[in-house]
Design a protein around this ligand. Structure first.
Ligand code: PMP
Length: 403
């Protein structure tokens, strides 16, 4: 008899399954629109020039070593990340009401927050509310940390824009003092973000109901090319006096995917609460990862602390977001030129890495089986997978399956 005999296999992860299928497909027309990682116009991964420069500097430091970081992480990273998220002139920072701990990228930031909240949530039976739909890992992550997970409406699947009325109604109908996960910008998988006025309305309901905002910020600067614009929602909530959490990832905006570089920020109402909160976060992190990864943190810390490198980084993000916006425009204009049935304006109104195309599961399967075009079953494409060499082909394939 085995201890493990009764364990059923875990449900397949859609994205990982897709990437296996796509890798196995040797057809030269193949287009991989599954993977959530930036690609150049030649379909290659991009090491940001500013990251290359930071790596050169790190390599030439005579005292370079592989020692452990402190439990809180690398101060060059955590202090730079705070200013990036909240703004250098943030009152919460000036008042000493923010603690930042380095994490294993955005996933680890979500997880440290999840484990912390399991013990210290606003009230004992509070649930975690996630958007429908959301990043595929949110539900699993919060459930793994022991939370009950519920959904609030987010996407209007007919018009492919924000179901703001449904969202506000669900947040209003929830019991008081729940935890609400909000995508700070470039919502994954839909690419649909609230407008500034809609964020105000969301903040009104959150305040009315006493909910705790937990921002997931995986695309700051990558969405619009402007780090301040992409932090609008977080800064609005902070300015309105909310206590909140922010899970921040440097995977996309610095291209540090596999280096696992990120931070969790917690804003508390009074600076006196910070020693207790920070020590508990350190304890959770120590128990789960002991200390975070050093190499990506040194790169990001170098970029964030050096004014010239920081400016170069803003340029590099512009390059990525501009190429993605250009590909959105190219796809839309080709579909419109082909008179492909349907309204394709959402391709350019959506933002960030992903576009929710509205294609059905059957159409997605046909694109995969007949055209070697890979996207998730929900019709989400990673716009970063489009380039000047394949966008015509992609538009013609979509046109063919939609007719
Ligand atoms: N949250 C969201 C919404 C994401 O899209 C991602 C990246 N796919 C993450 C968190 C975490 O990514 P990472 O752990 O690579 O930073």
């Amino acid at each position: 008899p085995s201890f493990f005999a009764a364990i059923p296999p875990a449900p397949a992860d859609g994205i990982l399954k897709l990437s296996v299928l796509s890798k196995a497909d040797a057809n030269p027309s193949k287009v991989d629109l599954g993977v959530g990682a930036y690609r150049t116009d030649d379909g290659q991964p991009w090491v940001l020039p500013v990251v290359q420069e930071a790596e050169r500097r790190l390599a030439s430091e005579p005292s370079a070593n592989h020692e452990y970081l402190a439990v809180g992480g690398l101060p060059a990273l955590t202090s730079g990340a705070q200013k990036l998220i909240f703004g250098a002139d943030s009152p919460a920072l000036a008042e000493g009401r923010v603690y930042t701990i380095q994490t294993i990228s955005g996933t680890g930031a979500n997880m440290v927050g999840a484990v912390f909240l399991k013990q210290f949530k606003p009230q004992r039976d509070a649930a975690i509310y996630i958007s429908r739909p959301t990043w595929g890992n949110h539900r699993s992550l919060f459930q793994t940390a022991g939370h009950e997970v519920r959904e609030y409406r987010y996407c209007n699947y007919e018009s492919l824009d924000l179901d703001i009325d449904g969202m506000l109604a669900d947040l209003r109908a929830a019991p008081p003092s729940q935890v609400v996960v909000l995508h700070a910008c470039a919502h994954n998988p839909t690419g649909i973000d609230p407008t500034e006025a809609q964020w105000e309305a969301i903040a009104d309901v959150m305040a009315e109901r006493g909910h705790l905002p937990f921002f997931d910020c995986a695309y700051q600067g990558f969405a619009t090319g402007d780090v301040d614009r992409d932090a609008f929602a977080i800064r609005l909530f902070a300015a309105r006096g909310f206590e909140l959490l922010v899970a921040e990832s440097f995977a996309k905006n610095m291209g540090l995917y596999g280096e696992r570089t990120g931070c969790l920020h917690v804003v508390v109402a009074n600076a006196e609460q910070l020693p207790a909160v920070s020590s508990q976060l350190n304890r959770v992190s120590r128990a789960t990862i002991s200390t975070a990864s050093a190499y990506g943190a040194k790169i990001a810390g170098t970029v964030l602390q050096d004014p010239a490198l920081y400016r170069e980084w803003l340029d590099n993000m512009q390059t990525m977001s501009a190429r993605i916006k250009a590909m959105r425009a190219a796809l839309r204009s080709r579909l419109e030129a082909l008179h492909t049935p349907g309204d394709w304006s959402h391709v350019t109104s959506q933002i960030g890495m992903f576009s929710f195309t509205g294609l059905s599961t059957t159409q997605v399967a046909a694109l995969r089986d007949q055209y070697h075009l890979y996207m998730t079953d929900d019709g989400r494409i990673s716009v970063a997978g489009l380039n000047s060499h394949n966008v015509d082909y992609v538009a013609r394939a979509i046109d063919a399956v939609v007719r």
